[in-house]
Ligand binder design. Structure first.
Ligand code: ATP
Length: 296
């Protein structure tokens, strides 16, 4: 096989709890991870000449060794002594640095691509192990679907498909530093913890309102304090019919859950017209982390 095209899905957190800060500085979390169909498209081509080259539609995104795609390919080349090089085209659609694991899902797709291109026959478990070297969210992006993530995000328990709904994604034009968010959380403390176990039960029962009423993200209070636009978007989504709205990850992306396509579509128009969001999409839950679109 010489080339492969993969769609790499973004994620949202339906629930995000932080349990404690470990002595090594990492935070122990309990999160409900959910893939969404909003995704990046990556095409990988084997080349005879050595090296990794990346082209992307996203201005300002590094295409050198800072790109997670680059890091993932190099990891596989070194680990398995792979010959030749790889040319990648990366079409970004997932908002960058937005709490949607865009870089992590691209890295996951790169590991999957290399496994297939070189017929390495690595198990999902091995790919998840390699993925963890690239980032805490990468193992989930390999597993995909709906999952409970514990530890620093790498201890995964697969959950059944979450109840179907429409998801409105809005990314305001602000940047948030994940490191600063966790530091502020440390100083300010956590007032209330989300009911993650209750949400898991609601997912098993396919009870959308049970899921929605337990949506909570402990990082939200910290980020909202610095960026009130996040609360404004949440309010707007609720006004426009969202069952609930919440920030994903450390932000700044906000998502709203809608019961049907019509109300999600109407809310999309209102959010765009409000000028509060710089990137707005309607999407749905995805039941996998990546899909192979073509290979030859
Ligand atoms: P998470 O939800 O896992 O915290 P995120 O969605 O907040 O991640 P990313 O979109 O992964 O953040 O981007 C974080 C940083 O990673 C950006 O500053 C970006 O420059 C860098 N980066 C490296 N490779 C990529 C990639 N392929 N796509 C997006 N960002 C990348």
């Amino acid at each position: 096989m010489n080339e492969i095209k993969i769609k790499a899905m973004g994620k949202i957190n339906l629930g995000l709890d932080v349990l404690r800060r470990r002595p090594d500085g990492y935070h122990e979390v309990r999160m409900i991870m959910q893939n969404v169909e909003l995704g990046d498209t990556l095409r990988f081509v084997k080349t005879e000449e050595e090296g990794i080259s990346i082209r992307t539609n996203k201005k300002d995104l590094p295409v050198d060794e800072q790109n997670l795609v680059y890091k993932a390919i190099r990891l596989m080349q070194e680990e398995y002594q792979l010959p030749g090089g790889i040319r990648v085209s990366l079409e970004k659609q997932i908002p960058v640095a937005a709490g949607m694991a865009g870089g992590s899902t691209d890295a996951a797709a790169s590991l999957v691509a290399m496994n297939r291109l070189f017929n390495l026959k690595l198990t999902e478990e091995r790919l998840r192990e390699l993925g963890l070297k690239l980032g805490a969210d990468v193992p989930f992006c390999i597993m995909g679907g709906t999952a409970l993530a514990e530890g620093i995000g790498e201890m995964l328990t697969s959950l059944p498909k979450a109840p179907a709904c429409y998801v409105l994604i809005a990314r305001p034009d602000i940047s948030v530093s994940t490191k600063e968010v966790y530091e502020s959380l440390q100083e300010e403390g956590i007032v209330s913890h989300p009911d993650i176990d209750g949400m898991i039960q609601a997912i098993w029962k396919k009870n959308l309102s049970g899921v929605v009423e337990r949506m909570e993200n402990v990082l939200e209070a910290v980020t909202v304090k610095k960026h009130p636009v996040i609360e404004k978007i949440k309010d707007k989504m609720r006004q426009e019919g969202a069952l609930e709205a919440m920030m994903s990850g450390s932000g700044p992306t906000v998502f709203g859950i809608f019961a049907d396509a019509v109300s999600a579509g109407e809310a999309y128009k209102q959010i765009v017209a409000s000028g509060l969001s710089a990137q707005t999409y309607v999407t749905r839950f995805a039941d996998c982390g990546q899909v192979v679109l073509a290979e030859e």
